[in-house]
Design a protein around this ligand. Structure first.
Ligand code: CUA
Length: 335
């Protein structure tokens, strides 16, 4: 009889230990917003456990008294109705109201005010099935699936969805927030120290919802400035014959119908159709965290995107091997 609960307890412990080591641990905050969310979690956890313990003790007490009364060993009269009123009508609202005020206060700290039009660095993140469009409107930059921010500085994130509701969740930096088409939500994101922080879409958005990850990469201030500078540069004219040929294949195969590169933007009506590829080769993963960014996985992705990521919008592209090689070389040159 006692075996089943002990196995369950061991499993729960194992889960908790692995969660602590995970890169997506909300209880290991790396920035002020996530730290406030963690405070909120602990307050709710302690209150929840406290209330459960008190209610369980009262229940046991009631069972014990009822047995004693049946046996005629307890004749003390208690006004039960008054106790129920105190518990349900007074204590419960007080506890719930206190938690409501506390969570509201935390909410005001982790979300910037609507009228905040300061010079604060702003990053727009747009959720698509199944990738993340990343924009730096103050710098005219567009990227995808990796968000660079300066460490130690508060950054204003504006998040929204393009097609269906997604959810922006980078547990070590911020709480979970829906990305709703037609509505922009603001939040503060700050990483105290440089590092890579994994995020995951947290709202079911289609069959490849689980394959929708992103990385927030916090770098020191000077490195961030250098990154901005580098990202703004126009791709130099390729001096390599293979790269030049690959670029021709890129346009001939129609890749440019969905993927912008610096110098070859999409028409406004197609903007955001697919991830911007200007700096594809500098990213660590492909297809929103699904594959490592290697030549092999890039080739596999081009040939069969839906086989890797069901329901991906990208159609398969079958090219003669010589053209594919050139295209891969061109894409690898996009640093
Ligand atoms: Cu996007 Cu789930």
């Amino acid at each position: 009889m006692s075996r089943a609960p002990s196995v369950t307890a061991a499993q729960v412990m194992a889960l908790m230990v692995t969660a602590c080591a995970s890169p997506q641990n909300a209880l290991d905050p790396q920035g002020p917003s996530a730290a406030r969310v963690e405070d909120l979690w602990w307050v709710f956890f302690v209150m929840g456990v406290g209330v459960s313990v008190v209610v369980s003790l009262l229940l046991l007490l009631a069972i014990r008294r009822s047995r004693q009364r049946e046996q005629g060993r307890d004749s003390k009269e208690i006004n039960g109705t008054a106790l129920v009123w105190i518990g349900a009508g007074v204590l419960t609202p007080i506890i719930l109201f206190a938690l409501l005020i506390y969570s509201y206060r935390i909410g005001t700290e982790v979300y910037p005010p609507v009228d905040d039009d300061s010079e604060t660095l702003t990053v727009e993140v747009v959720g698509h099935q199944y990738w993340w469009e990343v924009r730096y409107p103050q710098h005219g930059l567009v990227s995808a699936n990796e968000v660079y921010i300066p460490a130690g500085r508060r950054v204003r994130f504006l998040v929204t969805g393009r097609d269906v509701i997604h959810s922006f969740w980078v547990p070590q930096l911020q709480g979970k927030i829906d990305m709703i088409p037609g509505h922009t939500t603001r939040l503060w994101v700050q990483a105290d120290e440089p590092g890579r922080f994994r995020g995951q879409c947290a709202e079911y958005c289609g069959v490849s919802h689980a394959l929708m990850a992103l990385w927030v990469i916090a770098v020191p201030e000077d490195e961030f400035t250098a990154w901005l500078e580098r990202s703004r540069q126009v791709q130099p004219e390729p001096d390599d014959e293979e790269v030049r040929h690959g670029r021709e294949v890129f346009f001939a195969a129609g890749c440019d119908m969905c993927h912008a590169t610096r110098g070859a933007p999409l028409p406004p009506e197609l903007e955001g159709a697919g991830p911007d590829l200007t700096h594809l080769a500098s990213r660590s993963t492909l297809a929103a965290g699904t594959l490592p960014n290697t030549r092999g996985s890039l080739a596999g992705w081009i040939a069969d995107p839906k086989g890797i990521k069901p329901d991906a919008r990208m159609p398969p592209t079958h090219l003669p091997s010589e053209q594919l090689r050139a295209l891969l070389t061109y894409l690898e040159s996009l640093r």
